[in-house]
Design a protein around this ligand. Sequence first.
Ligand SMILES: Nc1nc2c(c(=O)[nH]1)N[C@H]1C(S)=C(S)[C@@H](COP(=O)(O)O)O[C@H]1N2
Ligand SMILES: [Mo]
Length: 206
Amino acid sequence: MTSSGTQPLVSEGFSGRMRVQDPALPPGQHLVDRFPVMSAGPTPVVHRRAWELTVTTPSGRQTPWDFAGLTRLPVEDVVADLHCVTRWSRSGTRWRGVPVEALLREVDDAGARYVMAHSYGGYTTNVPLEDLLDGRAWLVFDHEDEPLSAEHGGPVRLLVPHLYLWKSAKWVNGLTLMSHDAPGFWESLGYHLYGDPWREQRHSRD
Ligand SMILES: Nc1nc2c(c(=O)[nH]1)N[C@H]1C(S)=C(S)[C@@H](COP(=O)(O)O)O[C@H]1N2
Ligand SMILES: [Mo]
């Protein structure tokens, strides 16, 4: 089986199993058209008006944000490829949100090297602080020109597209700056602490 033109080199083959690696995708990933919902628990329903997020510094100082405050920050349109550790990827997904940097700029991050993202419902995931800076991570609230649906993390989710998608915390409600790294929910269960899809950092020993 072959594919050509702009079609990626993904072949389902007659067995439905054979896949040719697409050089535009991280190793072991294949493209899907639909947007799967991957949630470890029930979907919290939080309205934009009720949404709150707390930024906590290493010294314990807290800065609260609400939706109106978030959207007063510079809003950006983002096009990103998504890579889930369960091996599906989506290319060219469109989002609107605020760079995480814009929130962190307002706080004293002295001594901070890592961030724990917290979600409504208790989900957590850890990311190095520098990975949230320089236009590489956003707090997003629109997807494909629509308000982000609850099942995909609305009203606001973290988007860190250069890491596996489990790092993109849905229903985000906290960013805690830390001096040392610590595992979040999936990382405590054996997922990689960093999660670079291009280096296939799926599990802690990868
Ligand atoms: N709060 C929260 N965020 C989460 C999850 C979750 O269970 N709870 N699942 C993660 C995982 S494993 C993936 S692959 C993506 C899935 O996002 P989607 O449901 O929009 O596809 O969300 C990530 N963020
Ligand atoms: Mo995932």
